[in-house]
Design a protein around this ligand. Sequence first.
Ligand code: ATR
Length: 280
Amino acid sequence: MDTYCVFGHPIEHSKSPWIHARFAQLTGQSLQYHKTRVPLDGFAHTVHAFQVSGGKGCNVTLPFKTEAAALATRCSPRVSLAQACNTLKFDGAEIYGDNTDGLGLVNDLVRNAGFSLRGKSVLLIGAGGAAAGVLGPLLCEKPRSIWVVNRTPEKAIQLVQAHNSLALAEGVDCQAFGLQHERVSSQAFDMVINASSSSLHQGALPVPASVLSQHGMACDLMYGPAAQGFMQWATDHGTLARDGLGMLVEQAAESFHLWRGVRPPTAPVLSDLRALMAQA
Ligand code: ATR
């Protein structure tokens, strides 16, 4: 039976095996999918051993996404832009790398939440790996603007610079600022996306509530307890809040499609996963 795996550190709480088992069931595909905790200095070795043992592909999560991009012998333009990779597909000696995180986010916002990004103003908080993974696909939705804000403004500037050509081609006003810049705090955005790890660290929310719009949406890329602080803050200020659980299911669906050539239905998987997590 074809075998897949998710590699990360930590990995114990990964929902990916459950999600891919449901996709396999719903599409009638025969496969197995495991999770493996990888030593921090053992990523390349672990992936090569899995490939040699007959593995067909893998997902990669923190903190190995940059290493995965370097390991790929061929990669999608999304990986080149993000310098991060969450999906590897093995084909003989070739390791093809893709990044499905951004597509997963866009699919969740546009299809599942019914929020079109075209012509809208977007505030992206954070400039680390998570933000890098989603900026390209967000630009491709042709919003009016995407402003990237980060605690360390230099990192936001670098991220925006790396996406300059794409932003120009898509006609998007893409700029970088520090978290407290007055041009940011003096306007409300249609979509506010938290791609910083501030919720995870239960740190103070990184931007003032003035950025939220009552007609807009606020989305944290995290899910479960890690997303609660940001979502509560948005809800308290009258803005529709969304967590990253839909993105998790949608990015998995894109990986599944890359590996199997079949697009799994995501709506029943997302609602079952939400119910499962609420029980837990
Ligand atoms: P990930 O891969 O999850 O994005 P990362 O690459 O370490 O992780 O990036 C974490 C992001 O969260 C960064 O943008 C970081 O800001 P800095 O670049 O200034 O470090 C941001 N971040 C982490 N803790 C934060 C906090 N308490 N307030 C605001 N931003 C925070």
